[in-house]
Design a protein. Structure first.
Length: 168
């Protein structure tokens, strides 16, 4: 059994975490996230920001955080299963990867973020949904994107749900 487990681990010389190596599942999730992020950015650039406005029926947005280590502004393309004037909900799924995405770690350290939609950038405050909030929101999120349920089953971590509210 150990040989099978070891065969499924890929060592990229840079540890994923101090005591972990990247699994094939993590590699696939990372590659998929990279393709979505960069494909989305390319489509926006090629179409002058006209496409895609929605992906799988969800609002697309660019989340701007401050790097928890670098202090530099960081940006990532996301979809929002819930997009309302006074609340945006995003899911830190990273395709079911075994660790949280960097953008989530950044907003935990610096909850004041910015969101760009249709070339308009506005200030928001981010927070992780508590267990009760996630329990209420999860069926709505999975209805918007059934992939979230599979991602949660694929990983041991509790996938964070992030609630953004307007900052005045």
């Amino acid at each position: 059994m150990r040989r099978i487990r070891d065969a499924l681990l890929i060592d990229f010389s840079v540890p994923l975490h101090e005591d972990r190596r990247m699994t094939i599942s993590d590699f696939g999730a990372s590659a998929g996230a990279w393709l979505l992020e960069n494909g989305h950015r390319t489509l926006l650039a090629v179409t002058g920001g006209r496409f895609p406005k929605k992906l799988l029926g969800m609002q697309t947005l660019e989340l701007h955080t401050i790097g928890r280590k670098s202090g530099q502004r960081r940006s990532t393309m996301l979809t929002a299963p819930i997009y309302e004037p006074d609340r945006i909900v995003v899911v830190a799924s990273k395709g079911g990867h075994s660790v949280d995405p960097d953008w989530f770690k950044n907003l935990v350290a610096h909850p004041d973020v910015e969101v760009t939609v249709d070339e308009a950038t506005t200030p928001w405050t981010a927070r992780r949904a508590d267990a009760d909030e996630k329990k209420r929101l999860w069926p709505i999120l999975v209805k918007a994107n059934s992939g979230y349920d599979g991602y949660q089953r694929r990983t041991d971590r509790d996938i964070p749900v992030v609630i953004l509210t307007p900052r005045s």
